[in-house]
Design a protein around this ligand. Structure first.
Ligand code: ASP
Length: 437
């Protein structure tokens, strides 16, 4: 049964798309909304809720468990800097790929861009009534500067650990778990009885993940159907070339990641894909790297046989800070908006090389600051827009397709994290054999 799970999940994604399209065609609005609400309860409230329920304690215990299984703090330092360097390098590659395609394809200069420009004020009001909440969040993020984002993240890192656990603030949980893990190694024999307890709890969380996964095909069907049903027709038509650009960029980056995994991680591509496919599909459907984390750890450890020393440290860090898909998308989105509205009030920007470099740097930074939840990239994108003086009033143009693109960028974020775990496992000479041989 277990080995067939990915087929079932895949079938349920397809069925979810079909049912979602049918629901979207229902003219009776109360009936359509009622159905979408029921699907949302199963998909989001129950399934994503259950995954989120174990994320905070799982991050905490898995990081301590990974650190306490290392021989000494030198080994932790070695894993730590390699992980950060790998994540930073792949995120930068992702942004560069995105910028390359958006500058070549020029989606903002497409056939219907004049029409969008002319009817922008009308369209803005319509967007406001449809996506009021998102617009409000963008407005709140208006003052985001690189310094603000650093300060904001520092506040999230150095905080009361009980607060970070209850609020699910991953940066705070990770920081405290690393500190505690190091302290447990350093104090030595007095702390020894604590370590098996933490490792035992960690295994129990993985067991709970397995239970939640047993019902995943049905819940994923609900998630996909509710999302597709609420997208509405016509959404893809207006922003067709923008969607194509993001998808082409993401496809190119996926190829780069698989290439790195094959030649540096030394895992055959098909075996790697087989190993992570369940986590990949869960990320696609939930649009949250954080909610997918328990499944990611399970897949990478059990199916790719990556040592817990690498997986339990590298993956929580990756889910929180490494977002290749998000970074790529933020660079593409801002340049698309400049191509589309350039010259209009609040968008008097010319895409010179220095402006492009600022977009590159801020897109990397903004992706690190993005929370691992649905649509988070849309909010931190404000940082990129602010850095080049683009008015946030133009960002709503991409709201309608954001949830759709979030599926692709979240699954790419997950791919980057899993490749990171494989590479670190290989570089540190932990166990690099796969179970799939
Ligand atoms: N949903 C993404 C994630 O959880 C973040 C984003 O909105 O780009 O990884």
């Amino acid at each position: 049964m277990k080995s067939k799970l990915h087929f079932l999940i895949f079938g349920c994604i397809i069925a979810g798309v079909c049912v979602g399209v049918l629901i979207g065609k229902i003219d009776n609005q109360p009936m359509r909304n009622g159905l979408l609400n029921i699907l949302d309860i199963f998909g989001n409230t129950i399934f994503v809720g259950a995954l989120k329920m174990i994320v905070a304690p799982l991050i905490f215990f898995s990081i301590i468990s990974a650190i306490t299984s290392l021989a000494n703090t030198g080994e932790l330092w070695s894993i730590g800097w390699k992980t950060l360097l790998f994540y930073f390098a792949t995120t930068s590659i992702a942004v560069a790929i995105g910028l390359f395609f958006v500058l070549i394809i020029r989606p903002g200069d497409s056939q219907n861009s004049d029409e969008i420009r002319t009817h922008w004020h009308q369209r803005q009001q319509q967007i406001e009534s449809e996506f009021g909440l998102k617009k409000e969040k963008i407005e709140q993020a208006k003052d985001l500067t690189p310094l603000n984002i650093v300060k904001h993240n520092l506040e999230k890192i150095i905080m009361n650990p009980f607060r970070s656990l209850t609020e699910g603030q991953s940066l705070g949980i990770i920081f405290f778990a690393i500190l505690l893990g190091i302290a447990l190694i350093v104090v030595g024999p007095v702390a020894e009885p604590v370590i098996p307890i933490i490792q035992g709890l960690n295994s129990a969380f993985m067991k709970i993940t397995g239970w939640i996964m047993a019902g995943s095909p049905f819940f994923i069907f609900c998630l996909v159907a509710s999302l597709v049903g609420s997208l509405g027709p016509g959404v893809f038509h207006t922003l067709f070339w923008y969607i194509i650009t993001v998808l082409v960029g993401i496809a190119a980056h996926v190829i780069v990641l698989l290439f790195i995994c094959r030649f540096v991680g030394k895992i055959p591509t098909l075996k790697f894909i087989k190993g992570i496919q369940e986590a990949w599909m869960i990320a696609f459907a939930t649009r949250s790297s954080a909610a997918t984390l328990p499944v990611t750890i399970e897949c990478v450890q059990n199916k790719l046989n990556v040592s817990p020393k690498a997986a339990e440290f590298v993956l929580p860090l990756g889910a929180t800070m490494n977002m290749d898909g998000t970074a790529l998308y933020e660079g593409v989105a801002v340049i698309f908006i400049i191509q589309l509205f350039g010259g209009m009030p609040g968008a008097e920007i010319t895409l010179t090389p220095p402006v492009t470099i600022v977009i590159f740097l801020t897109a990397v930074l903004a992706s690190i600051g993005a929370a691992a939840i649905p649509n988070a990239g849309l909010i931190t994108m404000v940082l990129v827009a602010n850095a080049v003086g683009l008015s946030v009033d133009y960002i709503p143009i991409i709201f309608a397709v954001d949830a759709f693109l979030d599926m692709f960028r979240t699954s790419t974020n997950l791919l980057g994290d899993t490749v990171g775990a494989v590479i670190i496992n290989r570089l540190e000479n932990f166990n690099s054999q796969t179970n799939l041989d």
